[in-house]
Ligand binder design. Structure first.
Ligand SMILES: Cc1cc2nc3c(=O)[nH]c(=O)nc-3n(C[C@H](O)[C@H](O)[C@H](O)COP(=O)(O)OP(=O)(O)OC[C@H]3O[C@@H](n4cnc5c(N)ncnc54)[C@H](O)[C@@H]3O)c2cc1C
Length: 496
């Protein structure tokens, strides 16, 4: 979210902290005593059980564990955790409500700034955001488990069946089109619907949810949770049209002619980056996008009940070190591979995946081959993959990304026997919308260019999330959606 919008929320948090019940609660336990309690771990499925099934790995806090963890929070006068959250969730305010056992009120508090806490509590990189900014880190102690608490509160509300629907006061007849139903599109649609606008989401796939539904696997983010968030949007009046590819089924210009007055492009970054090395077209070599979409969205893991074939592989190598790579390699293990491994050209320290995902992968028996760069996929003579030729790397000086540059070691070539390889090197925005929308400016790698208020080079057309940033995170996409809703409202209010 923009700094201006975040500052407004921080002012509200400061006022909330001064409420009398908060002062009483703070004094009920001495700060020193709060700080002496260890962080509470979330219950997890056993590694050797979970690496064979697609059920969720984390099982969440009990009520008592949540309250015990909430008691650790010092309710700081200047909560640095909030500054670390891209949508400025009112962290101390909701945690203190948990301490008071007011779980439903806590859920309401989070939802003032984050519409999808059950998702964010599960997939946000908290260690780099809220938890990474917790005061306890400076004191050499483990941070408050903010993500676990967010997840607990959201799950409690959902299981209680008491999800509150806000009253929509100012219903307007003006129509807004949202392209894409990932976190950016869902967030902008929810906020605009609450403001009273008529919002339609156009989604290319047959199911809404974006990466939440086709990328992140069931064992990390159950699809039923995403479906509930989408049902909630529908109760706000948001219309979702699936199997509709903007740029093919209709262009933005054509939708304008149908009466849509403003647009938000949240089409994500679905175009895989490949290695461009010999043998990449062999059978058995997948992009992570295709692999995960087949397994998650098309339910290949339930073959033959669902008719999506997939090469399961006995020895599987995933190339990359991000969340997508971790999801792919853990999926391959669950599909029955004897050996599932990560090939990464740097070391564990430089890996961009969430710390929890790397730890879970290690526990589940995934092998990590660091400082390893593939240079050729090896053909078995019948068009199928039988191995990957790699070179060993060493780390040099930092490059543009700030991480140390990997350099090949001459003559260190070796072959790893595998029958399935998955390339998980990141993604770029698909060029379809820019090429079918005259006047829409993009950057060098295809990201849509926007001004500070997220408006593109075309007045009334806004963009956010991965299509504007390149591959980023769920919470940044949601924050863009929220900012864009404010900007679209302003645009339409000023437009005659
Ligand atoms: C496997 C994987 C794991 C990840 N894990 C994490 C994680 O743990 N934590 C985290 O924070 N982030 C994670 N990310 C990144 C995160 O999911 C993305 O940053 C986020 O989903 C971006 O949201 P978005 O709304 O911009 O785009 P998306 O989620 O990509 O949604 C875009 C939607 O637009 C649709 N679309 C595209 N083109 C068109 C068109 N022309 N017409 C109509 N619809 C269109 C697509 O079908 C899609 O549904 C992960 C990404 C992947 C791939």
């Amino acid at each position: 979210m923009s700094k201006e919008n975040i500052d407004k929320i921080i002012q509200e948090i400061n006022i909330e902290r001064k409420e009398e019940w908060r002062a009483v609660l703070r004094k009920s336990i001495r700060a020193k005593a709060r700080g002496e309690v260890d962080r509470h771990h979330m219950i997890e499925r056993e590694p050797n059980v979970r690496n064979k099934v697609f059920e969720e790995v984390n099982l969440g806090y009990t009520e008592e564990l949540a309250i015990a963890e909430a008691k650790r929070c010092l309710d700081c006068p200047s909560p640095t955790c909030v500054q670390g959250c891209p949508v400025a969730v009112k962290i101390p305010s909701f945690i203190k409500l948990v301490e008071e056992r007011k779980f439903l009120e806590a859920a309401k508090k989070i939802k003032e700034t984050n519409s999808f806490p059950a998702v964010c509590g599960r997939v946000c990189p908290q260690e780099d955001q809220c938890e990474g900014n917790c005061i306890y880190i400076k004191m050499g102690k483990p941070p408050i488990a903010i993500g676990h608490l967010e997840r607990f509160v959201a799950d409690y509300e959902r299981n209680a069946g008491k999800i509150e629907k806000p009253e929509i006061k100012n219903k307007k007849e003006r129509k807004i089109a949202v392209v894409g139903s990932g976190p950016a599109g869902l967030a902008v649609a929810g906020d605009l619907a609450k403001m009273g606008y008529r919002v339609t989401i156009f989604e290319a796939l047959h199911e809404p949810g974006g990466v939440l539904i086709y990328g992140i696997p069931e064992f990390r983010l159950p699809k039923s949770i995403v479906a509930k968030e989408i049902d909630y949007l529908k109760t706000l009046g948001v219309e979702i049209v699936t199997d509709f590819v903007v740029g093919r089924t209709a262009t933005i210009e054509e939708l304008k002619e149908e009466g849509y007055e403003a647009f938000f492009i949240g089409a994500g970054a679905g175009l895989p980056i490949m290695l461009n090395i010999p043998g990449e077209n062999l059978n058995g070599v997948y992009s992570s996008n295709e692999y995960l979409t087949r397994v998650n969205l098309m339910k290949a893991y339930k073959f033959p009940e669902f008719e999506t074939p997939i090469a399961k592989g006995k020895r599987v190598a995933v190339i990359g070190g991000g969340n997508t790579a971790m999801d792919s390699v853990r999926t391959s293990k669950r599909l029955g591979a004897d050996k599932s491994m990560i090939l990464y050209r740097r070391t564990k320290k430089e890996m961009p995946a969430r710390v929890e995902e790397i730890a879970h992968a290690e526990e589940e028996g995934i092998e990590f081959k660091y400082l390893t760069q593939p240079i050729r996929f090896v053909d078995d003579g019948n068009g199928w993959l039988k191995g990957i030729e790699c070179v060993k790397m060493e780390l040099g000086e930092p490059d543009d990304s700030g991480r140390r540059r990997p350099i090949p070691i001459e003559g260190s070539n070796f072959i790893i026997d595998v029958d399935v390889a998955i390339v998980a090197l990141g993604t770029r925005p698909n060029p379809l919308i820019p090429t079918t929308t005259p006047g829409l400016s993009t950057k060098r790698r295809g990201e849509i260019e926007v001004k500070d208020n997220l408006e593109t080079s075309i007045p009334g057309v806004f963009a956010g999330g991965d299509v504007m940033r390149g591959g980023a995170t769920v919470i940044l996409a949601m924050g863009d959606g929220r900012d864009a809703a404010i900007a679209i409202d302003e645009y339409l209010s000023n437009k005659k």
